[in-house]
Write a protein that binds this ligand. Structure first.
Ligand code: SF4
Ligand code: SF4
Length: 179
């Protein structure tokens, strides 16, 4: 995996939440590679700075981080809402909460991310006016609205039926909290 190469190249260590963590910008980063024949001096591997912290393990709503540095993707909301095309097991529905697509809890709670500066490149800004999508609109989307709204977005990794499957779970969760 490229994050293992990144750790060996000194970019950042692999944290207990299994993300690459850079000491200045936390895990809010994108890894990229340049393939070259140029001879370069190797950097020192990154040093693990998680220490005794276990915030990510304690905060994960589904217990997907089963041990430090160990993630069971079958329990992870990011995996379930993005990569898992089949129906999501009932035991995870309430725990999905309001996560329509992916989940950032184990990164939000990481103290190394609290030091990260905000992005200055508009390309990294939220693309929807409120920073998120309107759940009712997503539920009513036909293919054209889905394609137009998400044109050029990584969210198109999920097809419309999968996004609406997620939206139905979120809607039930929101209804349950309003009762
Ligand atoms: S992304 Fe969410 S569900 Fe997945 S391990 Fe992190 S906190 Fe848990
Ligand atoms: S929350 Fe704590 S234990 Fe988890 S990755 Fe961040 S520093 Fe490491």
């Amino acid at each position: 995996m490229e994050k293992d190469v990144a750790a060996r190249a000194g970019v950042g260590w692999i944290g207990k939440n299994t993300c690459t963590i850079h000491p200045h910008i936390g895990s809010w980063l994108l890894l990229g590679e340049i393939i070259t024949t140029v001879s370069l001096p190797p950097d020192e591997p990154a040093v693990d700075r998680c220490g005794t912290c276990r915030r990510c393990l304690d905060a994960c709503p589904t217990g997907a981080i089963t041990a430090p540095y160990q993630l069971d993707a079958r329990r992870c909301i990011s995996y379930l809402t993005i990569e898992h095309p089949a129906p999501i097991a009932e035991e995870f529905h309430a725990k999905i909460g309001e996560w329509l697509y992916g989940c950032d809890i184990c990164q939000d709670v990481c103290p190394w991310n609290h030091k990260a500066v905000a992005a200055t490149d508009p390309a990294f800004y939220p693309r929807f006016p409120t920073g998120t999508l309107d759940l009712r609109e997503v539920l009513s989307w036909q293919q054209t609205a889905y394609s137009t709204t998400l044109r050029g977005s990584a969210m198109k990794r999920v097809k419309l039926p999968v996004l609406q499957r997620n939206a139905q779970i979120v809607q039930r969760n929101l209804t349950a909290t309003q009762k």
